[in-house]
Design a protein around this ligand. Structure first.
Ligand code: 26V
Length: 794
């Protein structure tokens, strides 16, 4: 690439002047950040073109990853690192009197996702580029990403996120790549064919962001669809003075891509959400067929050249849409079209929670997408006919609803779960009947995380120690971390490992002082639970344990306690009242704990508002303890658990999701296990008095509930948590009470281990050394081999 500090400095100055339109004397941080981004982007374009050409020249099989969410976070530093230009960029900026880190921190997060599912899509895009898997991500270019969270008197308040109010330097608008997406209207029979006469149309227009892999050897495209009106403006209405009505087409179009739905827990059956899903799916499938037909003419060979992955059921209309185009536009028979579509499609399931499984009323589906409703009925009938033993309880259309899970299952050649345990539950609990009919269809691909962002970028200190110890190259071959193991016996290495952790904790303490105004002791244990707030993730159990600890210290103010900082991060869905109550309780408990002089040097609660990818990069490298405490059987995988362990945090966790595999890899002696198993949960729930009995057995928990009920944490409104306490005694679906005593037992073991600094150092370093398996490169190789039939172009 032949790039020097001097030439890169000139690149930045060039863009500052000609792309940003500023001179160095008057440029703001924002201007410099844009200039730097454009200079880096220039370096991506060549490998990007080369990758496109290579795919074309060799006719590589292409993978299309359809997802309603891509939770990318910041792009600048990730691009600089993968291009190997971080050092040169920092030096060039220094010459210009600018600071690389300051510019990096000026960038807003691309928060086009809710949580795990969206962040996984972002890690997978980066790994596909690193592995040279020819691929495209397809998503929606939301004007407003996930809402911003603030706390007002301890309660969550949402404000709109507006990342696109600034110039977005990483994308290329492609106005020439656009498709008309149709909605509503009616069907007509003409010459024995069904014709869909739409009632509404919008144009999907492409915005491409290059995704550069490690060392810049390959680049793929993330194509996000924006919406434009088909008729720009109704001039006649405008001239009549009806300005609002004149702008109607524009409003309709913009509404579709206006906001990301922030509810990742309950499916709501909203028309706009269905329209978003079809908008993404239709534009993407048309784009895929266009690309294919540029190089081939036989659509019956589609599956040899194309693999389409559906990230959960959100793009599950891909099946009906592909059939519709093959039949209505390319004159294929329905049977042939269905078979080809099945060979091309794959479906990843990310949740078993019944309330999150998508279903659409046949009325809504028939109104918004009349032709698709018809095709779905045909798919259902064809599947029933081919499988006469199929019970009606697993029909795609039943009780006047279209079940998107069954639709995605039937239309895919492979269905995958996201951890070993989850895959077993997909087979046994979610789709038992369909699995009986198609025993080879459900496979496992355990999730992974990209080590470039989650180690190299987020934890430069640890990354340097790893490289100094085992040499470079682990970034693209994470199993090499195992070479650290022999060094763990060396006291000097353990010291260095702990020094990195302490450095990260000091830096994070300073950050906390800035954002929360609290002085945090970097030598206390940083006990971290960061993830969306949900009952099944059991932040409530963590708060109960915090209160129990507070109570212990109050009873024995002279006692010895291992100092802990309880760190929480996460957003509640805006309409999820119970989760919002948990947010409120964490903040209420935090206020009492943090202002109590008896707690000084012993217990603190930190809950910085607006947890996002960037905050994860701040907190994860500083964590000592990783809380992965979901009710067994409920967390499909988790990926934060992997990031934390990779960064040398020890896990306290249940046998849920990928925790099971993490524990197997790091060794049970380096993992604090507690709680009921998935099976035991099911059995225990049959006892209607499970919570009451557990509370009667734990004086600590009884006291905690009593303290909350008395209003000790809500003196301004003493009955604020009566409902919460009542539900814990009487229903407690997520087994907080039943697991509490064992959780406390495990927490005591954590304290004991933490006191022995050297033992802790060994355990933490072993966690890092044994996390190689959890690289998203390994996951993507699994998808390429077992699901996509795709090969690396490198
Ligand atoms: C669900 C729904 C439900 C319908 C309305 C809109 C909507 C939007 C997003 C979601 C996502 C829920 C699924 C999800 O995020 N699952 C998480 O996926 C991670 C990656 O596989 C996994 O690590 C987490 O355990 C799992 O909860």
């Amino acid at each position: 690439m032949n790039l020097t500090r001097e030439s890169f400095r000139n690149d930045i100055l060039h863009h500052l002047k000609f792309t940003v339109g500023k001179d160095a004397g008057h440029a703001s941080t924002y201007d410099w950040r844009l200039a730097l981004s454009f200079a880096l982007r220039d370096r991506i374009v060549e490998p990007w073109f080369a990758s496109t050409k290579d795919t074309w020249d060799h006719d590589h099989k292409r993978v299309f990853y359809l997802s309603m969410e891509f939770l990318i976070g910041r792009i600048l530093e990730d691009a600089a690192i993968n291009l190997g230009l971080k050092g040169i960029a920092a030096a060039a900026l220094m010459d210009l009197g600018q600071d690389f880190d300051t510019l990096v921190h000026d960038e807003p997060d691309a928060a086009l996702g809710n949580g795990g599912l969206g962040r996984l899509a972002a890690c997978y895009m980066e790994s596909m580029a690193t592995l040279g898997c020819p691929g495209y991500g397809y998503g929606i270019r939301y004007e407003h990403g996930l809402f911003r969270q603030r706390f007002e008197t301890g309660q969550q308040v949402e404000t709109p996120e507006d990342w696109l109010n600034q110039r977005h330097p990483w994308e290329f608008e492609r106005p020439e790549s656009n498709y008309t997406v149709r909605f509503k209207g009616h069907l007509e029979e003409r010459h024995g064919r069904t014709v869909w006469v739409p009632g509404e149309t919008v144009i999907a227009t492409a915005y491409d962001t290059p995704v550069i892999g490690w060392e810049g050897r390959w680049a793929n495209t993330l194509r996000l669809w924006g919406a434009k009106p088909t008729t720009l403006f109704d001039l006649e209405r405008f001239n009549r003075g009806d300005y609002t009505a004149a702008a109607e087409p524009e409003t309709l179009a913009r509404t579709i891509t206006r906001v990301l739905y922030p509810d990742d827990t309950t499916y709501a059956g909203k028309e706009l959400r269905l329209k978003q899903e079809y908008f993404l799916t239709s534009a993407s499938i048309k784009d895929i067929l266009r690309r294919y037909l540029e190089a081939h003419d036989d659509l019956t060979e589609l599956d040899k050249h194309v693999a389409i992955q559906m990230n959960d059921t959100h793009p599950a209309l891909a099946g009906p849409e592909l059939i519709r185009l093959l039949v209505d536009k390319y004159n294929m028979t329905f049977e042939r079209a269905m078979e080809i579509s099945q060979n091309v499609l794959g479906y990843t399931n990310h949740t078993l929670l019944p309330e999150a499984l998508e279903r659409w009323s046949t009325w809504l589906m028939g109104t918004v997408l009349p032709r698709h409703m018809q095709i779905i009925e045909m798919i259902d009938a064809a599947h029933q006919k081919a499988n006469p033993a199929r019970p009606s309880s697993v029909a795609i259309v039943r009780n006047n609803e279209v079940h998107m899970g069954e639709l995605a299952f039937v239309m895919s050649h492979k269905v995958n779960g996201v951890s070993a345990l989850h895959t077993e539950l997909v087979k046994s609990q979610l789709f038992p009947e369909l699995t009986k009919l198609h025993p080879d269809r459900v496979v496992n691909q355990t999730n992974g995380v990209t080590p470039r962002r989650w180690l190299k970028l987020a934890n430069p200190g640890l990354a340097k120690l790893v490289t100094d110890t085992i040499g470079g190259g682990w970034e693209a071959d994470l199993e090499r971390l195992s070479e650290l193991e022999p060094h763990i016996a060396d006291a000097a290495f353990r010291e260095a490992f702990m020094a990195v952790k302490r450095g990260n904790k000091v830096q994070t303490s300073n950050w906390m002082k800035k954002v929360c105004g609290l002085n945090v002791d970097p030598d206390a244990m940083f006990d971290v639970q960061v993830k969306r707030i949900h009952e099944y993730k059991r932040q409530l159990m963590n708060v109960f344990e915090t209160i129990a600890q507070w109570h212990e210290i109050k009873k024995n103010p002279e006692g010895d306690f291992v100092p802990r900082v309880k760190i929480f991060g996460g957003k509640s869905a805006p309409g999820y009242a119970v989760a919002k109550e948990i947010v409120h309780l964490i903040n209420d408990v935090g206020r009492v704990v943090n202002t109590d002089p008896d707690m000084r040097g012993r217990l603190q609660v930190i809950y910085p508002a607006n947890y996002n990818v960037t905050m994860a990069e701040q907190l994860i490298p500083a964590a000592d303890l990783s809380e992965q405490i979901s009710t067994a059987g409920k967390e499909a995988s988790g990926t934060g658990n992997m990031k934390l362990s990779l960064n040398g945090a020890l896990t306290i966790g249940t046998l849920d999701g990928a925790n099971v595999e993490i524990r197997e890899h790091v060794g049970p002696e380096n993992f604090f296990l507690f709680g009921l198993t998935a099976e035991e949960v099911l059995t225990r729930r049959k006892n209607v008095k499970h919570a009451r009995e557990a509370i009667e057995h734990s004086q600590a928990l009884k006291d905690v509930l009593q303290l909350i009920a008395e209003g000790r944490f809500s003196p301004d409104e003493r009955d604020r948590y009566h409902g919460l306490v009542d539900r814990t005694w009487n229903s407690d679906y997520f087994m907080v009470a039943s697991d509490f005593a064992d959780y406390q037992r495990a927490q005591a073991e954590v304290d004991e281990a933490f006191l022995d600094r050297d033992r802790w150092a060994r355990m933490a370093a072993i966690n890092t050394a044994r996390m190689g398996f959890f690289s998203s490169d390994r996951s993507i190789r699994g998808y390429m081999d077992d699901i996509w039939g795709a090969k690396s172009a490198l």
